[in-house]
Design a protein around this ligand. Sequence first.
Ligand SMILES: C[S@@+](CC[C@H](N)C(=O)[O-])C[C@H]1O[C@@H](n2cnc3c(N)ncnc32)[C@H](O)[C@@H]1O
Length: 314
Amino acid sequence: MSTWNEIKIILNEEDLEYIQGILYSMDVRGVSIEDPRDLLDREKGPLTWDFADINIFEYGKDKAVVRAYFNIDVDVKEVIHEIRERIESAKEFGVIIEDFEIFSEEVHESDWANEWKKYYKPTRVGRKFVIKPLWEDYEPQGDEIILNMDPGMAFGTGTHETTRLCLEAIEDHMRSDTRVFDIGTGSGILAIGARMLGASEVVGVDLDVVAVDSARENVGYNHLDHVEILHGNLMDVVEGTADIIVANIIAEVILVLIDDVKKKINVDGVFIASGIIREKEKMVSDALHEKGFSIVEVRREGEWVCIVSEVSHA
Ligand SMILES: C[S@@+](CC[C@H](N)C(=O)[O-])C[C@H]1O[C@@H](n2cnc3c(N)ncnc32)[C@H](O)[C@@H]1O
């Protein structure tokens, strides 16, 4: 049984998205979120970012709890220090996060790794998709497309805003004979979705071997061909060019990716970039303009943004 370092942050619910953005950019292996708004707004339970937990309201109705799991060999003090520094430097962007507490403890995998499954239910995304946990039964209705998913420890249940925004953008920009690169594929959800929407060939890449294994398994669960999942850094391992390049990674990584996207995107292709919190939308769109892209559309949900761009012809 694996042992993990759990960092627990108790904070005001309005600060949740920003903290997610911070954790998202660290070497976190899994995140559990208890957001009181989920229970109050929807009856279906605390189904939020990736892994959900059950002790909702433990710290009061306005308090959210984030549990982030790091490998056992990380220096916990360093991790907490970095989180505190990032919260401090958020003030430069006018983001004031106050009244939070951070705790840490060692936990065993069985305590948390499967808990989220209780709240992971078939979820409708975009016009056609129903993301179906592998272990759930669901009868498709009308023209629904069933996407079977067991994300395990990888990001990409289909419930996070950024995943949904990307999937919807892929749905709208899919043409015939479309080749797709999914950079930061996680559970493989976008790569799989793209192929189901008619992409002729899809290559998904992730730096994390856990994600690579999960994505390959999910491709298998959906019985798909022409979807290749590669282990590697960003676009280093992809060959050739694509018509859609999608990357749901954090804003800072999107910036690094832009030059490679420009080299590997076909004429009239689109770059779908998400994982961007609203505060960083301008930073990313400015960088895209600077590198010769024009913005086709910006999709927003909650605190999250998905920017669709293309290389300017002018
Ligand atoms: C937010 S998740 C997105 C997962 C999935 N595509 C989705 O939309 O739900 C970001 C993924 O990017 C991967 N990633 C982060 N940095 C990367 C890099 N430099 N190269 C490749 N993958 C990376 C992470 O391991 C993670 O699986």
